[in-house]
Each structure stands twice: as C-alpha cells, then as structure tokens.
Design a protein around this ligand. Structure first.
Ligand SMILES: O=C(O)CCC(=O)C(=O)O
Length: 420
C-alpha cells in the first residue's frame, strides 16, 4: 500500500494574508467577483462594477484627479514629459475636442500615484481575476474629460497602440461624473475581443493598427465582419466603473450637453511584457534605449505593480497539507489534516480557476473540497464536500472550467480509470 507521498503544488491563493486592510483604501474594498462575473467578462469582454467608489471616495478621486489635470493643463502638455508627441491620433484639431486627455498623471503627481497604488488591492485584483493573470502592472493612467459638446471617441481597441503585446491587457474606466447617453458614455461591442484575438493569430501574431481620427468607423475597414454586430451603451453613475479587455472594440458618444463628462482610467498589463517597438507613451529617450523583443517592462519605477497575487506553496506530506508564504517573509502559514479516514494520505491537489476551492484526492479514493478563500492560519479551512471518487488511490486531480458556472474535476486513479 502507498504510505507516504509528498508533492508540491504551487497555487496562487489567499487574498487576505493581511487580516485587516488599511482603512485608507480609496475604493469599496468589499467588492469581489463571482465565477459568473469572470465567465461573463470572458464571453463579452467587459464587466461593470456599480459603486466602485463610495460618495466620499468619489470626492477624494475628483479632488486628486482634477487637481492634477488642472496642474498639467496649465503647463499645456498631455504627457508626463514635455514636448513628446502623440503617435496614436491623427486629425489633431478634431481629437483635441474628443476630450481633455492627460496621460500618466501618476508620474508627475504623488497624490495620483498613491491613489492608484492604494486602490490596487481592489482594482488590480479584479483585473487579475478577470484576465486570469497573477500580476498586474500599470502601463499608464489617463484622465479623459469630455468637455461640453466634445466629439465622440471613435471605435477602437486598445492593445494595438501600446508598446507591448498581450492578450491579457485590461483597462478600468471610472466615471467621475454621471456618464449618460447624452454626455458621451462608453459603448462596447460585446464579444468583439474574440474576433480581434482570432485575427491576431491569423495574421501571424500582429494587430492592424488603425489611427484614431475623425472617422468613427475606420476600425471596421480592418474588421468588416464586425460591421453588423450589435453594440451596447454603458451609461453609469459617478463612482461606478467598467473593466474592458485590451482586445475589445469600444468607443464613446459625443457630449451633446453643456456639462462635463469626466473619467479616470488605468491601463493595466501583466508582468514580463516585452517591448514591441511602438512608441505610444514612451519618451524619445526611452525609445532610444529600449530593444525590441528584449527589453521587459518590469521596472517598478516605470511600471509599478498594482496587484500581485499572494502566492502560497502547498506541500502535502503524507496526510497533512502545509501552507507556505512565498512573498514577504518566508514562513509556514498553517497546516491541516486532509483525509477523512485516519492513516490515509493525500496524493493529489489542485485549485479552481479563482483559487477559492482546494480539491484533493487521497489513498482511499476520496475527493475532498475545501473553501480556501480566506484561509491562511492554523485552523482547517471550511470543508465544502467530499465523496468516494474511485475504488483505489487518486493519483491525479485537475480542475477544469467549462463555459458555464460549473467546474469539472478530472481525476485519475490506480484503479485504471479517469473520471470527470
Ligand atoms: O472615455 C472615452 O471616451 C473613451 C475611453 C477609452 O477609449 C478607453 O478607456 O479605452
């Protein structure tokens, strides 16, 4: 009989290693995504979070962002470095009246930097979960203020403009004023991210770059198959936010009112992104120094980390599951006994896509599920379910997410069967 096994599985889990989040978090920190939210985002390419900011947090964002924009506007430059050109847009007079756009305010204003970084535990975590990535860095931030009677924002997708190429880039768009059908709310084309992704692969891992100009629909010259697709207007209350994939086609209406429509946005990227040769927000100096295909945007001073999943190493030594923190101080965080029958051993473990559930298979052929969402101390995490999966030891288990809300567990055993 198999008696002692040990195996090491690295899973990213446990969002709450620090028991009490700092009170200064400038976003609603009770927000969490469900598996249905994540699946919906992956299907349609965007996700709306009502009331990301409470009324007092909204006031804080407005004060900080408008203060920085005013400061930048008085100095008359859009980018954080003076005299850098904008390479994304043509028809400059027209574009100037799409919105007042101020880029990378975090670089020139510490208050903005603190605001974004303190929000990272919520905003970055949502982005990480929606995109299924472990680390979220800031590519840039942009205040986008549609002034009274401003032009519409032409249909586009974001990633072709940026200086790295990733299918997991994502933006958050936070309404600092009510965004309405009348004043230029966002519009999305649900599901278009799948078309642009397919095209990327079909065209040898490249994107067609369309300059954003006067013509609202130029993008459809590149994607004619999308001309007949439905679009969705996404009006939202001030303080609410939407997250959209860097692959999703989106735009915004004209401001037909004498009032302002302001939004603060953060453009986010995964870790280890490689320079692709495009200038976008980079300075001439950076362009001269960076090497295409070699330079990586992992410098925390240039692309700060907004969120990194706290990682744990789980070690199963016979029947016990040990938890080790890999970030910060390396220490054991907890241990509990796995099997329901004494003397049995855990031979396989895995976690679901959101790392909320830990699944284990033991030498008795039993499958156990625990809720590890908030587990990081010495008590046993809440037990969810267990059943006899096989007649003999389970040596392999893997969690498989299928389109709907449900997860499947694939197990393999020394009874010569594989079960789903
Ligand atoms: O605010 C807008 O008008 C457009 C915003 C946008 O395109 C974006 O956040 O990617």
């Amino acid at each position: 009989m198999i008696s002692k096994y040990s195996l090491i599985r690295l899973i990213s889990a446990l969002p709450t290693i620090t028991p009490t989040p700092p009170l200064t978090v400038p976003v609603t920190n009770s927000i969490s995504l469900t598996m249905a939210d994540i699946n919906s985002y992956r299907e349609i390419g965007y996700h709306v979070i009502p009331n990301l900011l409470s009324p007092s947090q909204l006031e804080q964002w407005r004060t900080i962002v408008f203060g920085a924009v005013k400061d930048r506007a008085e100095k008359k430059y859009k980018f954080s470095t003076v005299n850098e050109e904008d390479h994304t847009n043509i028809d400059f007079d027209y574009y100037d009246n799409v919105f007042t756009q101020r880029v990378s305010l975090w670089q020139t204003h510490n208050s903005v930097k603190e605001l974004l970084l303190e929000s990272g535990g919520v905003i970055g975590k949502i982005a990480a979960e929606l995109e299924g990535i472990d680390c979220v860095r800031i590519w840039c931030d942009q205040a986008l203020i549609k002034e009274p009677f401003a032009n519409p924002t032409a249909w586009h997708l974001d990633i072709p403009y940026w200086s790295f190429t990733s299918l997991h880039a994502i933006s958050v768009w936070i309404a600092l004023d009510d965004a309405t059908l009348e004043n230029g709310c966002m519009y999305f084309m649900p599901g278009s991210h799948k078309v642009t992704e397919r095209r990327y692969y079909a065209e040898n891992n490249t994107f067609t770059e369309i300059k954003i100009g006067k013509n609202l629909s130029d993008i459809f010259n590149a994607y004619p198959e999308l001309k007949t697709w439905q679009t969705v207007a996404v009006p939202m209350k001030a303080g609410s936010a939407s997250f959209h994939s860097g692959l999703l086609i989106h735009g915004a209406g004209a401001n037909m009112t004498p009032g302002r429509r302001a939004a603060m946005t953060i453009q986010m990227m995964p870790d280890n992104m490689v320079f692709n040769g495009k200038q976008n927000i980079l300075t001439k100096k950076q362009m001269n120094e960076l090497q295409i295909g070699v330079s990586v945007f992992n410098d925390d001073n240039l692309n700060p980390i907004l969120y990194k999943k706290p990682c744990l190493l789980i070690l199963s030594e016979a029947s016990n599951l040990y938890w080790w923190s890999l970030y910060g101080e390396r220490k054991d965080m907890g241990m509990f006994y796995g099997p329901s029958t004494p003397g049995e051993s855990i031979l396989s473990i895995c976690a679901d896509a959101t790392n909320r559930h830990l699944i284990s298979g033991d030498t008795h052929g039993e499958i156990h599920i625990w809720n590890i969402e908030d587990y990081c101390c010495s008590t046993t995490p809440p037990f969810v379910h267990s059943w006899q999966g096989h007649l003999s030891p389970i040596i392999f288990c893997e969690c498989i997410d299928y389109k709907g809300d449900d997860s499947f567990i694939l197990t393999g055993s020394t009874d010569h069967t594989v079960r789903l």
